[in-house]
Design a protein around this ligand. Structure first.
Ligand SMILES: [Zn+2]
Length: 248
């Protein structure tokens, strides 16, 4: 099973009468090729999972100890070793639909590349995940890469919801979304006016993609801006909307 986990298998049924080639090849295999060493391959695969999980050896042992004592995970371990029954116990229900992904490595249960965390260590893991007080989505994404337990996303959400530091700074961190202008269908249909320095305007308006022309002077007086606005209307038609003071 461990050897097959490396492959993305696609099974296709073929009636026996069409299996001529497979049978021919099985009788004419290359005898010079040495048999693979299953044990070595399994070890390489489990080492790869342990390396990817980035869990230190003492921590791995701790998880293994807690897994052994966990009421629910004890049943999962038993099912992994002796088979999953269709009329499985209630404790196996959260794991049954992905039972093919679960295996045991040195006493620790893993789901694919993720370590399954026993109940008694979930609180510690939540604290680790939330170190730095990242938001819910970032914490969930961080956890998704390396660990798993049923309802982990809800637990992360609840943990952050109870975090005093996050609650205290929640509103301070909120950013007002940037207002967006619709792009006008023709030039000069929208005009922005202000007495800002031309260079500042240019920078702002490049981002807003408004069609604008301003006199190339330094500080512009309101009357000058108004005069240029009128001149635009004479040359390009009436402006449908204009903005004063600031670009929002
Ligand atoms: Zn927090």
């Amino acid at each position: 099973m461990q050897r097959l986990r490396r492959y993305d298998l696609k099974l296709e049924f073929k009636p026996e009468k069409y299996l001529i080639v497979a049978d021919t090849l099985s009788r004419a295999f290359d005898r010079s090729v040495k048999k693979s060493n299953t044990e070595e391959e399994i070890k390489a695969h489990t080492d790869m999972i342990r390396q990817n999980a980035q869990v230190s050896d003492p921590m791995w042992e701790k998880i293994a100890t807690h897994t052994k004592d966990d009421e629910e995970l004890k049943d999962v371990l038993n099912a992994v070793h002796f088979g999953w029954e269709s009329d499985h116990a209630q404790s196996l229900k959260p794991y049954y639909h992905f039972r093919g992904d679960i295996t045991e490595i040195d006493g620790v249960l893993v789901k694919g590349p993720k370590v399954i965390i026993p109940k008694t260590l979930q609180g510690d893991m939540l604290k680790k995940i939330h170190e730095g007080h990242l938001g819910i989505e970032k914490c969930q994404a961080r956890a998704r890469q390396v660990m798993y337990w049923p309802n982990i996303n809800n637990d992360i959400e609840n943990h952050i919801g109870r975090c005093g530091t996050c609650q205290k700074h929640r509103y301070k961190q909120a950013k007002e979304p940037m207002g967006q202008h619709e792009i006008p269908e023709k030039p000069w249909r929208k005009l922005a006016r202000s007495r800002l320095i031309h260079a500042v305007w240019q920078e702002l308006l490049d981002g807003c993609r408004l069609y604008i022309k301003l006199p190339r002077s330094g500080q512009i007086r309101r009357s000058v801006v108004h005069k240029h606005h009128k001149s635009h209307e004479i040359h390009h038609g009436k402006t449908r909307s204009s903005f004063c003071g600031c670009v929002r």
